[in-house]
Each structure stands twice: as structure tokens, then as C-alpha cells.
Design a protein around this ligand. Sequence first.
Ligand code: GLA
Length: 385
Amino acid sequence: MNHLNEAFLKHFNYEPTASFFSPGRINLIGEHTDNFGGHVFPAAITLGTYAVVGKNNTGLLRLYSLNFPEVGVITVDLNELDFRKEDNWANYVKGMAKYLKEAGHAITVGLDILIEGTIPNGSGLSSSASLEILAGIIFEKMNDLTIDRLDIVKLGKRVENDYLGLNSGIMDQFAIGMGAKDQALLLDTNTLVYEKIPVKLGENIVVIMNTKKRRELVESAYNDRLRECQEALKRLQTKLPIASLGELDEETFNAHTNLIGDPILIKRARHPVFENRRTLRATEYLKAGDLDAFGKLVNDSHISLRDDYGVSCHELDTLAENAWEQPGVLGARMIGAGFGGCAIAIVAKDQADALIKNVGKIYEEKIGYPAEFYIAEIGDGARAL
Ligand code: GLA
């Protein structure tokens, strides 16, 4: 935190009075199910976004990110919180302030906020949700409010959906707001009922494998897949009394694909249905300590995202598929929205270096530039430090 405090002093000419941390997230299994009332199984990680904060006795926010020094200090009037492109990353903070105010919270205290993120940008580890929840708890604490954590989580999702126009689900904000050390959250995205499950991997660890590919397609494709699945649901609803794809089991889905008709739509909708059931089974295996069976379902998740949902890419496949071939690997798959970003591998501790070396070498040969690897540590959710 020292260099954050120093940078704050340099930019704002006084010492900060509070500091905060908000994590990124990984997802063990349950990918592209959260818009369909399915289950997800994410965990907060120790990479994330730090902030140091002071009150400036004005109605203004002054915001500075050590990750975007070229942007400089962004000044925001707490009475003018509409989206403005030129406000850059500060829009996430503005969006949270706007929706907290609309929800009736008195967000009035002028603040200077200096942040630094340790999540690689655009890596699919949810740097944006990390920033939203960070802003939420800064406003809560610095305005002396007590806000239900779930409300902050829901407002973070609203910033993505209504403020920024991305139809994402609630998984990222939920994991970041509610996460706990060494535990993953089995969340029913239909009811928001969740269970904390210890991530007991024995002698294994989770390695994050970053494609470092710019995620260009992701926003349009994300919304396209969602629309395809909504159309499939509509066709199923002509005969089946369901409100979401997450209500279906595999057998019922298979018995009614004729209602959907179109082969592409069938594939798209099959993914959330099967992935949801896979997630429930996987968490049972993890609880029972059957790590091999857990790992196989992690692999199946990748195959389904690749072949049915169609959100993988050559780079993600290269990482996951070559990880499968390495000794000591229980399972590997892409995580997050897809089309770039990260994959994870669950691997024996003593084989992790070899995995990183071997997959790293193949990746660079095939893709033409190096991937990046980090050991994932599962940590607590967003908090004041
Ligand atoms: C992104 C979204 C999440 C979720 C994942 C895919 O991370 O923000 O809501 O849909 O993609 O599982």
C-alpha cells in the first residue's frame, strides 16, 4: 500500500484516510449459465483492485488510476452522473454512485480516490466488476452508510446492464462481493440462494492461463448467444411450462429439441442446460473429494463452450487442450465470457511448473506470442482494509 499512499499524496497533496480492496474472480465451473437461471461456481481471487481514499470537502469525486496515468485525474460532479465516454474507467465509479443515489442512499461526500488494479486488463478475471464493487463499498463506508452487500452486488450488475449496455449476468459481482477465502460459491442465479463450498483440492492448485488476446468479439457475441438462447426458450415454452433454461434437465431437453427445430439454436440452448447440471454434479464430486470426476466435468465444460455455445477461440483451445495432455492435470477449461481472456487448469502442485513450461512453449509456437500464467489463490470478497 505504501506506493499507493505516496501516489495519493503526490496527486492530492494530503494523506489518504482509508483503504479498500476488491478482488477479481475465477469460475471453477458453471459458465454461461447465469443469464439462464442456472448455477455458477466462482471464487474471489487475491488479484484485484486496491484503493486509497480521502474526503475532499467538496461535492466532487477526483479519481486517479495508476493503471491509466495517461488519463490523469478525472473530476466528477456527484450531481452529474450520466455516462460520458470521455470519463473513461471512471464511468464504473459514476454508475455505482448514480444507482446508489437512485436507490435512496445519500451519496454526498466529496472524495479523492486513487486506485491500482493487479488484474491484467481485459483478461476475463472481471476487472470491471471488481471496480464496481470497490466503488460501492467506498461510497458506503465514506458516507457512513450501511448497505446490504447483496444490494451493492445487484447495483454492480445494473451498471453493466443499464449504464454500459452489456447484458451480463450476476456471477462476477456476486463472487466479488460475497467471496470468502478458500471457498467457492455455488450460486443459484435464479433464486440467488448460495452455498459456500471449501475448495479442497488436496495436492492440486489452480493455474490461471492468460491468452493475452484482445477480446474484440466478446460484447457482440455475448449478446448474440443470449438472444439465440432466448429464442430457443421461447420455442420450448410453446409446450413446456418453464420460465428459464436452467429449469430443464438433460433428458427433458433432449426429448423436446424438435420444438426448437434449428440445429444452431439447439446447440446454443443445450449448453446452459447441460452446463447447469454439470455444475451441480461437479460440486457434489468436489464435496465428496472425487477430484478426478470433478476434473472431467471441468473438461466437458470447455468442450461444450467450444462446440455448442461457440464462445471459445483458437487461443483458449490451445491452452485448455494442451493442458489436458500434461501430467498431473485434473481438468482445464476456458473461463468467463470467452473469445480470449483466461483459461484455468487444475494441476498437481509438483507438476505446475512443467505445465506452465510445456503449455507455454506450445502456445508461443502456435500463436506467435507468449501466454501468461499465475497461480490462483482464493481470497475474501471486497472489503475495507
Ligand atoms: C461474463 C459475465 C458473467 C457470465 C460470464 C460467463 O463474465 O459478466 O455474468 O455470464 O461471462 O459465464
